[in-house]
Design a protein. Structure first.
Length: 315
C-alpha cells in the first residue's frame, strides 16, 4: 500500500533558511504543497513575497499558488531581521515586482481547508500573524488542520532577537500567544535543538555548481557572515529547514509534551518570551509537542541529497 503524500500549506517570510526549507520540500513526493502564503518578518511583505516567487521559480514549482498575507503584527510595531540582509535573500539579484495585493492569504488558506478531502498540515516558518487571524476568523475550520508545525520560540536557550525571545515569536507575540492557546495538534521546533545543527563550509562546497547549488552558495555566503556577527556561530544555522524536515521524517526527532505560553503582558525585557511550565503539577495541561532533539546527521544528509537531486535536472 502506497501512503498518500501529506497535504501541506506553507506560511513563510523568506529569508535564507525559509528558502532552504521550501527547497527541501519542493520536489519531495512525501508532501503535496497546496499553497504558500507570505507574512512580514525577515523583511517587508512585498520583499518576502517576491522572494517566495523567486524560490518557487528556482525549484521549478511555479505551479504552487502564492498569496501575500499580513503586512504587520496584530498589535506591536513591526520589526525586521538583520541576519538575512536588506532584501531577505542577499547574495542574488532579485527583480522588483508588484506581485499581489496584501492580506489575500487568509482567503486562500480558508479555501484550501474547505476544499481538501482530508485535514491538512500547516508549516509556519515566520511570525504567526496569518495563522492567528485564520483561527480567530474561522474557528470552525480548526478541525480541518491535521497538525500545525511551528518554527519558533526558545525554551531553555537564550533568544536570538532579545535576551529571551526567538525572532518569529518576537515579531508578533500576541499572535503567537493566540495560536499557542488554540486547541489543535501542534509541534513546536524551538531554537533549542537547532543551535547545534550547522551546514558547514564543507557541506556547502559539496553542492553542485548548477542552478540550485550555485544559487544557494551565493545566498549562504552573506548569511553565514551575518550569523558569525550576530550569533557567534561558524556555518549556516538551519532553523526553518529543520522544521520542514519534521514533515518528512518525524522519527528523526524527539518531542516532549509541554504547556507553553508567550509573555505579552510586559513590553520590557521579557516581551515575546516563550515560557514552558516545567514544574510537575497536577493542573498542568499540555498544549503542544516540543522538539528537544533532532538527528543532525540524518537531517544534513537529507538536505544535501534533496538539493543535489533537484540539480540533476540541469545535467
Amino acid at each position: 500500500m502506497i501512503n498518500k503524500p501529506t497535504s501541506v500549506w506553507i506560511d513563510t517570510d523568506p529569508g535564507n533558511d525559509d528558502m532552504m526549507a521550501i527547497l527541501l520540500l519542493a520536489q519531495n513526493s512525501l508532501v503535496n504543497i497546496l499553497g504558500v502564503s507570505t507574512v512580514f518578518g525577515n523583511t517587508s511583505l512585498p520583499k518576502v513575497t517576491r522572494n517566495a516567487k523567486f524560490i518557487l521559480d528556482l525549484a521549478k514549482r511555479n505551479d504552487i499558488p502564492l498569496f501575500a498575507g499580513a503586512e504587520q503584527p496584530l498589535i506591536r510595531d513591526q520589526i525586521c531581521a538583520d541576519i538575512h540582509g536588506e532584501s531577505g535573500l542577499d547574495g542574488v539579484t532579485l527583480v522588483e515586482e508588484d506581485l499581489m495585493v496584501a492580506d489575500k492569504a487568509q482567503e486562500a488558506i480558508i479555501k484550501a481547508l474547505e476544499d481538501a478531502e482530508e485535514p491538512i498540515t500547516i508549516l509556519a516558518l515566520g511570525p504567526l500573524t496569518n495563522i492567528a487571524k485564520l483561527f480567530t476568523t474561522r474557528p470552525d475550520l480548526i478541525s480541518r488542520v491535521q497538525r500545525l508545525v511551528i518554527m519558533g520560540g526558545a525554551i531553555t536557550v537564550p533568544g536570538n532577537k532579545n535576551r529571551v525571545a526567538e525572532f518569529n515569536v518576537f515579531c508578533d507575540p500576541e499572535a503567537a500567544e493566540s495560536v499557542f492557546n488554540t486547541i489543535i495538534p501542534k509541534t513546536l521546533i524551538p531554537l533549542d535543538p537547532c543551535t547545534s545543527v550547522v551546514l558547514t563550509d564543507r557541506d556547502i562546497a559539496s553542492l553542485p555548481n548548477r542552478t540550485v547549488g550555485t544559487t544557494l552558495k551565493r545566498i549562504l555566503k552573506p548569511y553565514i557572515e551575518n550569523i558569525c556577527i550576530f550569533e557567534g556561530v561558524q556555518g549556516a544555522l538551519m532553523y526553518d529547514p529543520i522544521a520542514a524536515y519534521y514533515l518528512l521524517n518525524p522519527a528523526a526527532f524527539t518531542t516532549v509534551p509541554m504547556d507553553v505560553r508567550v509573555e505579552t503582558s510586559s513590553k520590557g525585557l521579557t516581551y515575546g518570551m516563550t515560557v514552558a511550565e516545567r514544574r510537575i503539577i497536577a493542573e498542568r495541561v499540555f498544549n503542544m509537542d516540543v522538539v528537544t532533539e533532532v538527528d543532525a546527521k540524518q537531517f544534513i544528509s537529507a538536505f544535501l541529497a534533496a538539493i543535489k537531486e533537484m540539480d540533476k535536472c540541469d545535467e
